[in-house]
Design a binder for this molecule. Structure first.
Ligand SMILES: *Cc1c(COP(=O)(O)O)cnc(C)c1O
Length: 432
């Protein structure tokens, strides 16, 4: 692919200042943003308004599954928008039905509800769980510490991190948190009011932490014994990022007794739309003798935009390209190559990189506790490191205070991955 970089005109520096000025004046300052003003992208590269080129290993936080300015996504958008963009869920249309079929085909018999975001997808799962337990007076949902489930009021109640809750009390009732990957803690936390357990297969915001196979199998057994729903948040770790459609499918590969493992519900968003905002949850056909997939009957749950013809046409295209181009295999193989390279780097510079976590295209660099170059900067290590990478021309996503995440496009080319490793190596050497 040939990339043409335009020479920046002389006035562009003012454009950066002008955009920052607009935000300062008119945009609610709820985000901690980096001082980069991005203008356009192509594949796994982005350009800022000054014409500087960046390798995008953050993928818009695991969203841009086919990279930037993907021609097939553009075509799907244009073609569908010429027919119809939106009709509401008062009516039927083919793209939504077909997308639901795709999701079911990749999981197991069940049905799908469409939302507009990850938080809303999880919101649907909370309502499903409450409906399931309602007549028995059960409502409590147990999640993991360091989890992340979105920023709605129920989302921050479900999220196992104090920082998202602070200042927004009183919290939505009925959520509690236990240490992740600790089966006994989960067992001990269950009460007669418990109706569901919700976990991420690989914690994303929590610093790239995969669930152990024993944990997943143990949770399934526990849920079966206590008639509790096992729900999985696949918003970040889903959609082929780990090398399989959902992370549990990858994490349980080759594990004896895991063939029949299935959660009762799975939420998704981020990579599902490749950048078009769309979320969904899948619910299993039947479990515990209840027809789970029909629990939310007419009138019980809705959203105006959910599963528009336009959003579904794009998501269908994303599915099609991922399968045709075997991008799950690319995430698995190129991710493994990157991980091995980064582990070598960690071995060479243990005073900068403590370790490498994750799998596929969901990787995390764990930074060392005390990096002299970062002392007295007033910023946590992850932010310092991300800023250094920006200077070197690489975009990544911080996770907590000491982890830097890589969540690239699923079609990241090997040569782009190699460019990333080389640039990261340069930054680590400069810090060491
Ligand atoms: C991003 C994320 C969410 C929230 O998704 P939004 O689209 O931002 O609402 C929920 N769960 C996980 C695991 C996420 O990474």
């Amino acid at each position: 692919m040939k990339e043409i970089v335009p020479t920046p005109p002389a006035i562009v520096h003012n454009e950066q200042q002008a955009v920052l000025g607009l935000f300062q004046k008119y945009v609610v300052p709820s985000y901690g943003r980096f001082e980069l003003v991005l203008a356009r992208g192509q594949g796994s590269h982005l350009w800022d308004v000054n014409g500087k080129r960046y390798l995008d290993l953050g993928g818009g936080i695991a969203v841009c599954s086919l990279g930037h300015a993907n021609a097939e996504i553009t075509e799907a958008l244009v073609e569908q928008s010429r027919r119809m963009v939106h009709v509401s869920n008062l009516y039927y249309h083919e793209p939504q039905g077909r997308l639901a079929q795709q999701i079911v085909r990749h999981l197991a018999p069940g049905k799908v509800f469409f939302s507009n975001s990850g938080a809303e997808a999880n919101e649907g799962l909370y309502k499903l769980a409450r409906k399931f337990g309602h007549d028995e007076g059960r409502f409590e949902i147990i999640t993991a510490l360091n989890s992340f489930h979105g920023r709605t009021l129920a989302g921050i109640a479900a999220t196992g991190q104090e920082k998202v809750k602070k200042g927004f009390e009183p919290a939505v009732q009925g959520f509690k948190h236990v240490p992740y990957n600790d089966l006994q803690a989960m067992r001990d936390a269950i009460t007669p009011a418990t109706v569901a357990i919700l976990i991420e297969g690989v914690q994303g915001e929590g610093g790239i932490a995969p669930a152990s196979p024993e944990y997943l199998l143990g949770l399934r057994q526990l849920c079966d014994e206590r008639r509790i729903l096992l729900l999985m948040d696949g918003v970040q770790c889903g959609h082929f990022r780990t090398g399989r459609f959902q992370s549990f499918q990858r994490l349980l590969e080759g594990i004896a007794g895991a063939e029949k493992f299935l959660p009762d519900g799975v939420s998704m968003a981020k990579s599902l739309g490749g950048g078009f905002p769309i979320g969904a949850f899948w619910v299993r056909e039947e479990h515990h003798g209840v027809k789970l997939c029909d629990l939310l009957g007419p009138g019980t749950h809705a959203t105006t935009y959910g599963g528009t013809p336009l959003g579904c046409a794009v998501a269908n295209k994303v599915f099609e390209v991922i399968e045709r181009d075997r991008l799950a295999d690319n995430a698995r193989a190129t991710g493994a190559w990157m991980k091995a390279e980064l582990e070598k780097l960690a071995g060479q510079f243990p005073h900068v990189i403590k370790g490498v976590r994750g799998l596929g295209f969901m990787l995390g660099l764990e930074l060392a506790e005390h990096i002299p170059a970062f002392e007295n900067t007033g910023k946590v290590a992850s932010l310092n490191f991300v800023n250094r990478l920006h200077d070197a021309g690489v975009l990544t996503v911080p996770s907590g205070t000491h982890v830097v995440r890589f969540l690239p496009a699923l079609n990241l080319r090997r040569e782009d991955a190699a460019e990333g490793v080389a640039l990261i190596t340069g930054v680590v050497k400069a810090i060491a």
